[in-house]
Design a protein around this ligand. Structure first.
Ligand SMILES: Cc1ncc(COP(=O)(O)O)c(C=O)c1O
Length: 302
């Protein structure tokens, strides 16, 4: 048996595997009825807000920025502690990422530093909810309203989280979720975007599929530069099976988080921080002389 602790293991049940087999046998394997059903179920969960599914939780943020009209000359404030996708999408639309540092306790963006970073060029904010923990949502949206900024919530890790009893995604501006393999629920790769109204949802559909506005026997009309970001029915069938387990998966993740927090509280903060840095920097073993590393990688005495 391997003694490596995996970062995450998907929990795909037999019913989901059977549902995928049904889609594969159905003759319709790309975006179709399952993707639409998944969008309907997600929209219900998010209080009836429009939801569109995509093939990642990266393109969802890029498309939200495009719908908001963010581009060259604009600044978007975000956090330096995230997966690189969060900053990449800002550059992808031609805008400039501005990093506001984190709160050392939550590791999410510090809202005082965020407000201090606002300039006349700031057009949007992308907060990130690390490990599913939201920022102070009341304060975030008060800042956005005061400075007339759009918000693209990077809730990649936050389906199942809530703020004052309301699910993340059921309120706010754009809210982006990822269903990549290690996320709370998965479609192998995928994501969804919660939008504000049907006009935005229609535009999201165009960006999702080559900008096509009409497709008929007499040809097609294209009026925006779209990409190829649609979710397949195979992925949506997995998503539907996973969504049915959301409460159970969330409860299990909370249990594990409590377990790790309790166990890691016994390790001194200094040792944890140093070990982390050593692993992130990929320092060769045996090159560190600090006492906290000696047991793991002894340094030959000179
Ligand atoms: C905070 C955060 N933002 C964005 C993403 C990107 O999601 P995806 O891999 O579905 O494109 C991830 C995925 O790891 C993430 O953790």
């Amino acid at each position: 048996m391997s003694n490596i602790l995996p970062f995450s293991r998907p929990t795909i049940d037999e019913a989901t595997i059977a549902a995928v087999a049904d889609v594969l046998r159905s003759g319709w394997i790309t975006s179709g009825p399952k993707a639409q059903e998944f969008e309907r179920i997600l929209s219900e969960y998010f209080g009836g807000r429009p939801v569109r599914t995509f093939n990642s939780g990266t393109c969802t943020m890029e498309i939200a920025l495009r719908i908001a009209g963010i581009g060259a000359g604009d600044e978007v404030i975000t956090t330096p502690i995230s997966w690189v996708a969060t900053a990449n999408v800002i550059i992808e639309v031609g805008a400039t990422p501005v990093f506001a540092d984190i709160d050392p306790v939550t590791r999410n963006i510090d809202l005082d530093k965020l407000e201090a970073a606002i300039t006349p060029r700031t057009k949007a904010i992308i907060p990130v909810y690390l490990a599913g923990k939201p920022v102070d949502m009341d304060r975030l949206y008060a800042i956005a309203a005061k400075h007339k900024l759009r918000v693209v919530e990077d809730a990649a890790q936050a389906i199942g989280s809530s703020w004052q009893g309301k699910p993340i995604g059921s309120f706010g501006d754009f809210v982006s979720f990822s269903f990549q393999a290690n996320k709370n629920i998965t479609t192998c790769e995928g994501g969804c975007l919660v939008l504000n109204n049907e006009a935005e949802a229609k535009l999201a559909e165009k960006y999702r599929l080559q900008g096509v506005t009409r497709s008929g026997v007499d040809g097609i009309d294209v009026d925006v530069l779209g990409g190829k970001y649609n979710m397949t029915d195979v992925a949506a069938a997995i998503g539907l099976g996973q969504f049915a387990q959301l409460d159970a998966i969330t409860a299990q993740r909370r249990k594990l988080a409590r377990h790790y927090s309790k166990r890691s509280a016994r390790i001194s903060r200094r040792r944890l921080a140093h070990n982390c840095r050593r692993k992130i920097m990929k320092a060769p073993t045996g090159t560190c002389s600090r006492s906290c590393c000696r047991s793991a990688s002894p340094v030959p005495s000179s």
